[in-house]
Design a protein around this ligand. Structure first.
Ligand SMILES: *Cc1c(COP(=O)(O)O)cnc(C)c1O
Length: 313
């Protein structure tokens, strides 16, 4: 196979629609949603924006493909494999745990991604310096991309999203807005928004992972790498006891919110972020008249397996 086609990748500039959202608990807060879940039927959510700069770098280096990691329900590997199929480049996925069949894994195979299962211990080694060496011997000319498409390139890929919102504000009848509300896993997308906003508006990150997962440190690190002032954002706990933990209140809220708004959600990120927003409004932390952009970060493909045990994610 030839190298990654830079021109085709650069030519694809997906647009996410901006839509008003109404719920009975908004108490005068005005909400619009940036639908990253609608940018494409297959390459959905924030993961494309995090991947794009990595793909550019790979193409410039003449790489033949991309090698990356994730779990058996990974939104990141799903977007990467779909992009590989769409733009005709090779993809390799290193998976956590032991071989299992999930709707996501079936898609990865259908999209032509080469899969390797690392077990749990093997996957835990991924942060070690020597982790990539044998894979680079096995797959020369493949660019390794960190889990989730993270790092500064991933963040910078999200820095253009405020401009996508700005272009659609007139159609919404909004002169301006005050801030963002979005789910955060590694905080890469959030850091990108903070960079893109340049301190103009507050970016609220609803943490889908426990507070001890180092997201605050990671965001600080990305902002200092980008030489951006460490300000203009706020992290709130939204994980409800752990990543992928699902409780009855969350699931009832998700069903009710979908019925009220028609907006499809999933329980790991988007529903938790929206519920955390309701709680912040109820605590009086966001006052009436505030205009917020809720970012729909996607993840709906993972919903097909929403009933599997939290430990599998
Ligand atoms: C990966 C993901 C996130 C988290 O993005 P980060 O950049 O890691 O913070 C949020 N929502 C969905 C649906 C995701 O797949």
């Amino acid at each position: 196979m030839t190298s990654i086609p830079l021109s085709a990748i650069s030519a694809w500039r997906p647009q996410a629609p901006l839509q008003r959202l109404h719920f009975d608990w908004l108490a005068g807060v005005e909400l619009a949603v940036l639908r990253l879940d609608l940018i494409d039927p297959l390459i959905s959510g924030n993961k494309w924006f995090k991947l794009a700069p990595h793909l550019h770098r790979a193409a410039e280096q003449g790489a033949r493909g991309i090698i990356s990691l994730g779990g058996a329900h990974s939104n990141h590997l799903h977007a990467l494999a779909a992009a590989g199929q769409r733009f005709s480049f090779a993809t390799v996925g290193l998976l956590r745990g032991h071989p299992q069949e999930t709707p996501t894994v079936a898609d990865l195979q259908r999209f032509g991604m080469q899969l390797h299962w690392l077990g749990y211990g093997g996957y835990r080694e991924r942060h070690r310096a020597e982790f990539w060496a044998p894979w680079q011997v096995h797959y020369p000319d493949f660019l390794p991309v960190p889990e989730g498409g993270g790092g500064l390139p991933g963040a910078l890929g999200c820095a253009g999203l405020p401009a996508m919102v700005a272009a659609q504000l007139p159609a919404l009848g909004w002169g301006d807005y005050h801030g963002w509300w979005l789910a955060a896993g590694t905080g890469t997308t959030l850091a990108g928004l903070v960079i893109g906003e340049g301190g103009q508006r507050t970016v609220h990150g609803a943490l889908a992972v426990p507070p001890d997962h180092g997201v605050a440190e990671q965001v600080r690190g990305l902002l200092s790498e980008a030489a951006v002032r460490d300000a203009g954002y706020r992290l709130v706990d939204a994980c409800r006891g752990g990543f992928a933990r699902q409780d009855a209140e969350l699931l009832a809220f998700m069903t009710q919110s979908e019925a009220q708004s028609g907006l499809p959600l999933e329980p790991l990120y988007t529903a938790k972020a929206l519920l955390a927003l309701r709680e912040a409004i109820e605590r009086g932390e966001i006052c009436a008249g505030t205009r917020l952009i809720f970012m729909h970060t996607g993840g709906l493909q993972g919903r097909r397996a929403a009933s599997v045990a939290a430990s599998e994610f």
